[in-house]
Ligand binder design. Structure first.
Ligand SMILES: *[C@@H]1O[C@H](CO)[C@@H](O)[C@H](O)[C@H]1NC(C)=O
Ligand SMILES: *[C@@H]1O[C@H](CO)[C@@H](O)[C@H](O)[C@H]1NC(C)=O
Ligand SMILES: *[C@@H]1O[C@H](CO)[C@@H](O)[C@H](O)[C@H]1NC(C)=O
Length: 381
């Protein structure tokens, strides 16, 4: 063994020891992605079509017989939507997995299943976190035996960190989930977001470029982490400030339209929600439950409402809502429950967002698993 070899051996042992000590929850070194954050429409003047996959909940009830069948079904929904729509881009809008039900250490294995229909078709994507993606494991009550001592269930292949921690269900944290997605997938456009905002991770911006002038942006797509799981369900003042500064830097005169994506609806969604059914100016087909909003509003909405370039916000979280309603100059939209995982039996589908370059427009509709299309709405101009 060479000296370097010995050193590497020593450091990797040390690494493994430290790693095991911290119970495999700390991400040690994060890979960097090239700065390019560009998305290019295919042909000149072709619209840029995005499919939103919301609330897939992979890994839910993985220890039951029906749990894994839900994931097979969710894969079928995504495949159907992708084949009907052939979008240029996919956004995973949070609750990709149900971490609180996942008893294997490495939840990325489920995350990876969720992104595979998109990857298999060569379509690039980006993701944001929801409240279930790194939620702490919840012991199923039926695991508690009569004397109150839980049986140990460790049925799935051991992870690379062997030892008794394999049964401790520490979960996979946001940074680790993101690391695995980004490192393994050249098609992923997801980012860790600025370190100063961690543990809120998926805060970043991508630009859709003009196909005629590759230097000019047609739209900015903003992604924010609305929390839940390992930290409160909010978009913090620090995240709002990051958005304010970023927008000032890359779009100082608000000349380029902005479209915003996060998981948990802001509190103002409650205000615009239709009372009974869905009536104009709202457009949609499902209004079956109350908005379950973020815990607090810390400035993000004020910034967005004041920006004439901010056109629409898209969220998931509420499986029984799929409407878009206007709020001042902004549209507030729900996606459509895509996964068979998660509560509710409403038919599954995906919200589609289509950006046209010239003249600029944003249109949206819902594509159902069975191929039907409904709830088309023009969100801009
Ligand atoms: C899977 O989808 C089929 C068809 O929609 C449905 O009948 C079945 O109940 C689903 N299974 C699960 C476990 O969700
Ligand atoms: C977790 O799974 C991913 C594959 O999805 C793999 O790349 C990664 O190395 C795994 N991490 C650990 C700690 O085993
Ligand atoms: C998991 O670990 C146990 C002992 O720790 C070993 O007997 C078993 O073969 C391992 N399983 C896999 C799939 O690696």
């Amino acid at each position: 063994m060479t000296e370097t070899g010995q050193f590497l051996f020593f450091t990797s042992c040390l690494y493994i020891i430290i790693y095991s000590l911290i119970i495999c929850t700390v991400v040690v070194a994060l890979p960097t992605k090239p700065e390019g954050y560009d998305l290019r429409p295919g042909a000149a003047d072709a619209p840029f079509k995005i499919a939103l996959f919301a609330d897939l909940h992979f890994g839910e009830a993985e220890s039951t017989e029906w749990g894994p069948l839900q994931d097979v079904n969710s894969t079928r929904v995504m495949s159907s939507v992708l084949d009907h729509e052939t979008p240029e881009f996919v956004i995973y809008l949070g609750d990709v997995i149900t971490a609180n039900n996942i008893l294997i250490r490495n939840a990325s294995l489920y995350w990876d299943q969720a992104i595979s229909p998109t990857r298999a078709r060569g379509i690039p994507w980006a993701s944001v976190f929801g409240n279930h993606d790194d939620a702490a494991f919840e012991w199923p009550i039926e695991w508690f035996s009569a004397p109150g001592i839980p049986k140990i269930h460790c049925p799935v292949a051991n992870s690379s960190c062997s030892g008794k921690e394999d049964c401790s269900f520490q979960g996979t944290q946001r940074l680790e989930l993101m690391k695995n997605e980004i490192e393994l997938n050249t098609l992923s456009h997801s980012r860790y977001g600025p370190k100063g905002l961690w543990p809120s991770v998926s805060n970043y911006v991508l630009q859709v470029l003009s196909s005629e002038d590759p230097k000019s942006a047609v739209a900015f797509l903003y992604f924010l982490d609305s929390g839940g799981g390992s930290y409160p369900e909010v978009i913090s003042g620090a995240q709002a400030e990051w958005f304010r500064q970023k927008a000032l830097e890359i779009n100082p005169d608000s000349s380029v339209p902005e479209i915003i994506f996060w998981h948990i609806p802001s509190r103002v969604y409650e205000k615009v929600a239709p009372k009974f059914g869905i009536h104009k100016p709202c457009v949609g087909s499902l209004n079956e439950e109350q908005v379950a909003p973020q815990e607090a509003e810390m400035g993000m909405m004020k910034l967005l409402v004041e920006r004439k370039s901010a056109k629409a916000i898209f969220v998931g979280h509420n499986h029984g809502l799929d409407w878009c309603c206007p709020h001042k100059e902004l549209w507030l939209c729900f996606a459509r429950h895509t996964g068979y995982g998660g509560y509710g039996n409403w038919d599954r589908g995906a919200r589609i967002v289509e950006i046209t370059q010239k003249p600029f427009s944003v249109k949206s509709w819902i594509r159902m698993e069975d191929g039907n299309v409904h709830s088309e709405v023009v969100l801009s101009p």
